[in-house]
Design a protein around this ligand. Structure first.
Ligand code: ADP
Ligand code: MG
Length: 252
């Protein structure tokens, strides 16, 4: 995380490269499982596509000389676009190119929220999918909304907010199972897509889990136990403030 007020901490770019390397390693480890998920409702290439792309992206990140976070995101995003292919290349990579611009003043809680929102917005724009379409959007939407609320409304430390976002993404992935695919290859199956976990949403969860692990590592902290982070939903302080407003109103 960025510590100085004048600009971008030198360590931020290196931390982003470390995150990309961790993601590449995780996706490689989950490659066969991701392919298995895609063979049920797609064309069995998601694990291979993502593993190849993230390995190339980690390589490209390592080759950058003393980069800032925005440059890392741009390089990694473009590499993913070029190497992943399929639907996932532009979704995961193209969105990163745009979202990375939010980190031009470094990685802070505020810039991370802006990054997350822009990333989701670009994924939605490119794929034209929304929650309930059985895509990566089903994992990203609850994660991004939870992260934003945790930082901006609940005032949680960024690491706790990220842990809550990962937890929300996990539930988003589970949500893809009982619903019907309405975008991407899986939508060709119609109702036969019901009962299957979306591969892209699953990849997004793994990426978020690795971001959390790397962020905890960079801060020298343990990965927070989500149940121990507070406040939980509903936010009591916001509810009390709303009650107070109502009480002090003119009663109409
Ligand atoms: P392809 O479908 O071209 O073979 P992949 O197998 O790599 O590409 O990726 C499939 C994943 O991409 C899906 O599981 C889904 O999460 C995501 N996806 C596909 N189409 C869309 C879309 N229109 N919007 C959002 N996500 C999509
Ligand atoms: Mg596929």
């Amino acid at each position: 995380m960025s510590g100085n007020e004048s600009g971008v901490s030198d360590s931020d770019g290196a931390a982003v490269v470390a995150a990309v390397e961790a993601v590449a390693e995780r996706i490689e480890a989950e490659r066969d499982y991701l392919t298995e998920l895609d063979s049920a409702i797609g064309d069995a290439d998601h694990g291979g596509n993502m593993a190849r792309g993230w390995a190339a992206a980690a390589e490209a990140g390592r080759e950058l000389d003393d980069p800032d976070p925005q440059t890392v995101c741009k390089t990694v995003g473009k590499t993913l676009m070029a190497e992943v292919g399929g639907a996932s290349g532009p979704l995961f990579g193209g969105s990163l190119v745009f979202a990375g611009a939010e980190l031009d003043d470094g990685v802070t809680a505020e810039s991370a929220v802006a990054f997350a929102e822009t990333y989701l917005e670009k994924v939605e724009d490119r794929g034209d999918a929304r929650v309930g379409d059985q895509t990566v959007v089903d994992a990203l939407t609850p994660a991004v909304h939870t992260f934003k609320k945790s930082v901006e409304t609940d005032g949680l430390p960024p690491l706790d907010a990220l842990a809550k976002a990962v937890d929300a993404a996990e539930r988003g992935v589970a949500f893809t199972v009982p619903i019907r695919a309405r975008k991407g290859r899986a939508s060709y199956l119609g109702w036969r897509s019901v009962g299957h976990q979306d591969p892209g949403a699953t990849s997004a969860l793994y990426i978020l889990e690795e971001l959390l692990a790397v962020a905890a590592d960079a801060l020298g902290e343990e990965v927070p136990d989500v149940d121990a982070t507070s406040p939980t939903i509903p936010d009591e302080s916001a509810a009390e403030a709303a009650d107070g407003d109502a009480a002090s109103g003119d009663g109409d």
